[in-house]
Design a protein around this ligand. Structure first.
Ligand code: HEC
Length: 165
């Protein structure tokens, strides 16, 4: 009887931890894959917050450009040049006519890389060099740990009460 109550509470804790982990890993996955795309396909020419390379520093890019513009730019940069997109014309002047190469990303990959830029810009653009941390995952993890501790304390107290009676 005593152990049963404790066992139920332990199961609840377990379920909460699993739920927290699932939610955390799912919301992190889009920007996680965006991060990989960025590291593999873009870092030859771009940094985020570390200055200009071949292309502009992409720190804050989601606040200085429209999302639809970013989609078109990353998806088909050559078309932006052909269309004489005014922002692209300006960028070309700044990069001494070095053009962004077409990368052949899918719509989903483009969306993921934009999601990655957004999470970084939401953090204020700083600290983007340490791309090792999962910004979405951390709060969920902390919350899960807090819930775990609180429930353990409750469970211990309840269990203790019953044994002393
Ligand atoms: C071969 C070098 C090169 C690679 C690789 C490259 N870019 Fe670029 N990018 C540039 C250059 C040069 C510009 C500026 C000239 C232009 O717009 O064509 C630019 C411009 C941009 C802009 C506009 C920046 C602004 O300030 O508005 C975005 C956004 C961008 N790139 C995203 C990406 C992403 C995302 C990737 C990877 C999937 C990528 N680029 C890969 C060279 C590159």
């Amino acid at each position: 009887m005593i152990n049963q109550g404790f066992a139920i509470r332990k199961n609840v804790v377990g379920m909460l931890v699993v739920a927290g982990w699932l939610i955390g890993s799912q919301s992190a996955s889009a920007q996680e894959s965006g991060k990989e795309i960025f590291q593999q396909r873009c870092t030859a020419c771009h940094t985020i917050g570390k200055g200009k390379l071949v292309g502009p520093d992409l720190s804050g890019v989601t606040s200085r450009r429209e999302e639809s513009w970013l989609q078109r730019k990353i998806k088909a940069p050559e078309r932006m040049i052909a269309e004489k997109d005014p922002i692209t014309m300006q960028l070309l002047r700044e990069s001494n006519n070095v053009q962004m190469a077409p990368l052949g990303l899918s719509d989903k990959e483009v969306a993921n890389v934009i999601a990655f830029f957004k999470t970084i810009d939401a953090k204020g653009g700083a600290g983007t060099a340490e791309v090792g941390l999962h910004p979405y995952f951390l709060p969920t993890l902390l919350l899960s740990i807090t819930v775990l501790i609180v429930l353990t304390i409750i469970a211990l107290k309840a269990g203790h009460k019953k044994t002393t009676v």
